[in-house]
Structure formats: structure tokens, C-alpha cells
Design a protein around this ligand. Structure first.
Ligand code: NAI
Ligand code: MG
Length: 357
């Protein structure tokens, strides 16, 4: 089986970690055909656009997209995100942002003493509407009565489909789903979200449900991660909770994510949760594991379960051995050294499996 995959390495460490993820995927699955797009802040400074106007059309025919990260000092973050990431998520109907958070072997959680069993959470983030909307504006600019309005959009279709997706994942896992709300503060959008959650819940009598205010839920992730399995949240809440959840495991360098179109009419796009990390860009010390695990999610989405599992197992084994770790994990290895260790391990796992029995 051969697949056509687009890569957009983007900015900063997005470039460093994407090279490693591509090498790991090539190690476990022959026949991946890669096409790279240089859309980035550099491209913006050169051409005035993060990507060309026909960017989505040029990507539409690919089987999947592997994205590094976009954003760099010199270009305001709302320009880089709204010029590339958000339009692609919306053009391709990637309404699910799926963010697994696991404590990996050999990595130490900020919550000392917690084991892999206590910390295995799947965050399902709404990825197409909610608080990230273009509706609003600046009024009376520069005057004493200046004000801005930023509206949120919660549609029935948008809420129902993400909540149903989360229930489906919960039903496959431990059967527990927690909804992030804030109906005490946001008195229109969140009661509506809660109401739709309760309606959809009726279709899943086997799934145990909870509503938690997002602030209390943030505390729960730190204090009792073992009580949580799947979390569903709006665009903003899911975004914030997943950085928090990543931080209480081994940090942002380990957390992957997928922007998924469950209808499969458009390519889905996989990326690390982290951004372009300008503070360490160009130093060769970024942890490539998050992007490599995003690559494993990409393979699983394509139906390549064996190859995806080999990548995940290789990551577990290399981290568990504790010999090749980047500085964020307390080691001294470079991005390329950790990437190569995982690629090497993954290649051996795959060739061991393919030996005749
Ligand atoms: P960030 O995730 O880039 O960095 C936060 C902190 O985590 C930094 O100290 C960084 O060094 C560290 N870190 C992140 N990934 C790491 C890795 N793989 N290995 C080791 N350390 C790592 O978030 P920040 O600083 O808020 O944003 C930087 C830029 O990235 C901004 O322009 C922002 O808009 C953009 N961004 C892009 C995203 C995307 O493309 N999906 C997502 C988040 C931010
Ligand atoms: Mg984020």
C-alpha cells in the first residue's frame, strides 16, 4: 500500500522534529511518498501570506498531512495561526482535535509517584468553532471609549458531532467521559453545550458521565488524573487542558495530536501539541517524540495499525532505557540522536515481526 503524505514543517523546532518523524515513519512503512510545503512565517515575510490562496486545494488530494508548528517572533501569532493552521482545520472539516496524554515509560511525571496506569487520558477538543471565531471587532479605535468584541459560536451540529465522537471513544475505552464546562461564567454558550451533552448521553447508557467546570477540571488533572479517562471540551477549553495535561506528564515534548475529519472526505492533519519553541529553535535539542507520536497517530488513521504500534513501542523502549534523552527529559541527546534511536528501534521491531514464523 502506498500513501501520499504532505508535510508542512513550518517554523522553529517544527522543522527539526518533522525531519525525525518522517525518518521514523519511513523506517516502519515502505512506500510513503512525501511532498514538502515550505509554508511558514518566513514565507509570510517573503510573500505576504503564510500559504498561497489555493493552499487547501493543493493539499486536498493527499492521504494525510504532517504539520510541524507555525509561529515565530516577527510575525504576530494571530497572523500565523489564522493564516495557516485554522483555515486548514476548517477547510478540511477536521472538527476533532484528538490529544492522548499518557505517562510514558522512563519519563517522570510532575506528579511524582504516579504510574502509567494513573495517567492515560484522551482529550477530545472541538476544533472548528467555539471561542475561536472571527466574529467581533474593534470599535471606536484610539478613542477613550474604545472597546473590542470577540464572539463565540456554538452550533447544534458542531456540539453534537464532537460530543458524540467523544462518547464513541469513551465507549471503546474505560467508559468514562467528563465534559469541560463553565456554565457558571459563560451563561449562554456553556449551558447550551451542557444541554447537548446530556441529550447525546441518553444514546450511551453504558458511559458514565460528569460535567466539571474547567477550572475544577484543571485541578482534577493534577490531583486525581486516575479518575479521568476521556475529556471533551470546546476549542478553547480543550486547548488549555491539553497543554496542562501534557505538562503533568513529561512535558510538551511528548504530547501528540491529530486534527481529524471523521467523515474521511478530506485529509486529516497530525502535529505535536507544542508550538515552534523559538527559545530553543535552531539548537538541535527539541524533543522529537511528540511529533513522532503524531506520526504514529497518522499511520493508525491510515489503517496501518502494525506500523503505528511499532513506532509507539519503539518510543516506549527508547525512553524506558533512559540512555538517549533530550535535555527536557534530563538527558544530553540531540533531536537527531533521539530521532535516530527511535527510528532504529522501530525498524528492528518491524523486521522482527516480518520474519517468517
Ligand atoms: P511552545 O509550545 O512553542 O513552547 C512552550 C515551551 O515548551 C518553551 O519553553 C519550549 O522550549 C518548550 N517546548 C515545546 N516543545 C518542546 C519540545 N519538543 N522539546 C523541548 N521543549 C519544548 O509554545 P509558545 O512558546 O507559546 O509558542 C511559540 C510559538 O508557537 C508561537 O508563535 C505560537 O503561536 C506557536 N504555536 C503554534 C502551534 C501550532 O502550530 N499548532 C501551537 C502552539 C503554539
Ligand atoms: Mg495549544
Amino acid at each position: 500500500m502506498s500513501y501520499r503524505i504532505a508535510t508542512i514543517p513550518g517554523d522553529g523546532i517544527g522543522v527539526d522534529v518533522t525531519v525525525e518523524a518522517v525518518a521514523v515513519l519511513d523506517a516502519v512503512l515502505p512506500g510513503l511518498e512525501w511532498t514538502e510545503f515550505d509554508w511558514s512565517c518566513e514565507n509570510y515575510l517573503r510573500t505576504g501570506a503564510m500559504m498561497p490562496p489555493d493552499g487547501p486545494a493543493r493539499l486536498a488530494g493527499f492521504d494525510a498531512i504532517l504539520l510541524g508548528a507555525v509561529g515565530f517572533p516577527g510575525v504576530p501569532d494571530h497572523i500565523s495561526l489564522w493564516g495557516l493552521l485554522i483555515p486548514l482545520r476548517r477547510a478540511f472539516g477536521q472538527y476533532v482535535n484528538l490529544r492522548p496524554v499518557q505517562l510514558l515509560p522512563g519519563t517522570e511525571s510532575a506528579l511524582r509517584g504516579r504510574t502509567a496506569e494513573d495517567l492515560d487520558i484522551l482529550i477530545v477538543r472541538e476544533n472548528s468553532e467555539g471561542e475561536y471565531s472571527e466574529i467581533g471587532g474593534t470599535h471606536n479605535p484610539g478613542r477613550p471609549d474604545e472597546f473590542v468584541l470577540q464572539e463565540s459560536v456554538f452550533t447544534r451540529v458542531g456540539c453534537e458531532r464532537i460530543i458524540r465522537y467523544a462518547f464513541d471513544r469513551a465507549a471503546e475505552r474505560a467508559g468514562k467521559l467528563c465534559s469541560a464546562t463553565k456554565s457558571n461564567g459563560l451563561i449562554h454558550s456553556m449551558p447550551y453545550w451542557d444541554r447537548i451533552f446530556d441529550e447525546v448521553a441518553l444514546e450511551y447508557p453504558g458511559v458514565e458521565t460528569r460535567h466539571m467546570h474547567v477550572d475544577a477540571l484543571a485541578a482534577e488533572i493534577v490531583l486525581h488524573p486516575d479518575r479521568l479517562d476521556v475529556i471533551v471540551g470546546s476549542n478553547l477549553f480543550g486547548d488549555i487542558l491539553s497543554d496542562l495535561a501534557a505538562a503533568v506528564t513529561g512535558g510538551l515534548g511528548l504530547a501528540p495530536s491529530g486534527n481529524i475529519d471523521p467523515t474521511r472526505s478530506a485529509p486529516s492533519m497530525f502535529e505535536a501539541v507544542h508550538g515552534s519553541a523559538p527559545d530553543i529553535a535552531g539548537q538541535g535539542i527539541a524533543n522529537p517524540v511528540a511529533q513522532i507520536l503524531a506520526g504514529a497517530m497518522l499511520l493508525r488513521h491510515l489503517g496501518e495499525e502494525g506500523a503505528a504500534g511499532a513506532v509507539e513501542q519503539a518510543v516506549d523502549e527508547v525512553l524506558g532505557a533512559g540512555e538517549v534523552l533530550t535535555p527536557d527529559l534530563g538527558g544530553t541527546a540531540t533531536t537527531a540522536e533521539l530521532g535516530a534511536a527511535v527510528a532504529d528501534r522501530a525498524r528492528r521491531l518491524v523486521s522482527a515481526k516480518s520474519l517468517p514464523a
